[in-house]
Design a protein around this ligand. Structure first.
Ligand SMILES: *Cc1c(COP(=O)(O)O)cnc(C)c1O
Length: 359
């Protein structure tokens, strides 16, 4: 028997979430964000499914190359732009759009001779202070870009919000106001919204929205689940019970003997662990589904195994299906129990897992 742990990707759910995004932002084009192997879902699989996306957003050339080599013809935006002079010929070769966010990149464009020209997205820093030109420089930078032979047409104006996942944070209002101010001076297309802003701030939709997490059916807000926004979870991490122990009161379970049985009880051993991307920091009490019933994690997660309290499923047997997140068990909840965010769990799924698609 091969290892029963696997990732199930629900293709229909992915299609559904894309349509849901179109419903929420009906007047915007969609740049589907597929960086980090499409948040762990498989970048080629996701891009092939989302063939109605207006563009794909990736973090680096390697990801873009993977898409082009799989015959994906949709526009692809390099969200961090070129890192080095050698990137420019590859950007041309793979027909990529690029974000320009700092002086180094502008100079690169001004002094490098390349065959062909590139679509640029001009990123303005409205207050997140990660990537982007200061607001006061936006106009001057735009003019330099327009003079640059390597640039095609008018750059699309872009910014990123730091606190869009909170409904009331002054910083979001400040960022939006700053962006609207430069939007008035600079015409052309504009884009601001990640998933959180797409849900929380319709006034931030502009010409393009840039959803990542929501595509995968997960809520970007800490006080809701994907299904609260009409989304369906795409990834399920599932495994099976491979052994059951009947332990006596006070017997310890797992490494460090950190958890002890409060009474005589059945304990299930599951064939998945942090070597698959399940968070080692998940606390005892993290919900795990056995035959669709919640059974809490107990003791420490190990590399290939987890131990769970089977008192809610006393008749469970070896081979029974277990869901660690996804179908009927929101990943948002697992993330909370592990002091992390769903983004990190999704990106961290290990490639040793079998990936299967459900249509
Ligand atoms: C990752 C990323 C997004 C998508 O963010 P989500 O929170 O996953 O929706 C949007 N825009 C940029 C520039 C990004 O880097």
């Amino acid at each position: 028997m091969t290892r029963p742990s696997r990732i199930v990707i629900d293709i229909k759910a992915l299609e559904h979430n894309f349509l849901r995004i179109k419903e929420l932002a009906p007047n915007s084009k969609v740049m589907a964000i597929v960086k980090a192997d499409a948040y762990g879902h498989g970048i080629v699989r996701v891009a092939k499914t989302l063939n109605n996306a207006d563009a794909f957003g990736v973090a680096c050339l390697e990801e873009a190359e993977q898409l082009r080599q799989s015959s994906i013809k949709t526009p692809i935006v390099l969200l961090e732009g070129p890192y080095k002079p050698d990137d420019l010929p590859l950007i041309i070769k793979f027909k990529l759009d690029m974000v320009i966010h700092n002086e180094y990149q502008i100079q690169l464009l001004e002094k490098t001779k390349i065959e062909g020209s590139i679509n640029a997205w001009l990123k303005i820093d409205t207050g997140m202070h990660r990537l982007g030109f200061p607001i006061e420089k936006a106009d001057a930078i735009l003019n330099r870009l327009l003079l640059c032979k390597n640039i095609n047409s008018r750059p699309i104006l872009m910014t990123h919000l730091a606190t869009a996942n909170e409904k009331k944070n002054n910083l979001t209002q400040q960022q939006l106001e700053a962006f609207k101010k430069i939007s008035k001076i600079i015409d052309g297309e504009k884009t601001v919204a990640n998933s959180a802003a797409l849900i929380n701030f319709p006034e931030a939709h502009f010409d393009w929205v840039r959803p990542g997490l929501m595509l995968y059916g997960v809520s970007p807000l800490t006080d809701s689940f994907g299904h609260n926004h009409g989304l369906r979870s795409v990834m399920t991490l599932e495994s099976e019970i491979i052994s059951i122990q009947y332990l006596s009161k006070n017997e310890p379970v797992g490494y460090g003997a950190t958890w002890r049985c409060p009474e005589d009880m059945p304990v299930g051993i599951i064939a998945a662990g942090y070597g698959d991307g399940f968070p080692r920091h998940a606390k005892s009490g993290t919900p795990i589904l056995v035959n669709n019933v919640r059974c809490p994690l107990i003791g420490r997660a190990s590399m290939d195994m987890l131990t769970i309290d089977l008192r809610n499923q006393p008749n469970a047997k070896i081979g029974d299906r277990v869901v660690l997140w996804g179908d009927s068990l929101p990943i948002e909840e697992v993330a909370l129990h592990a002091d992390t965010i769903p983004y990190e769990l999704l990106c961290g799924v290990h490639k040793r897992l079998k990936f299967v698609e459900r249509n």
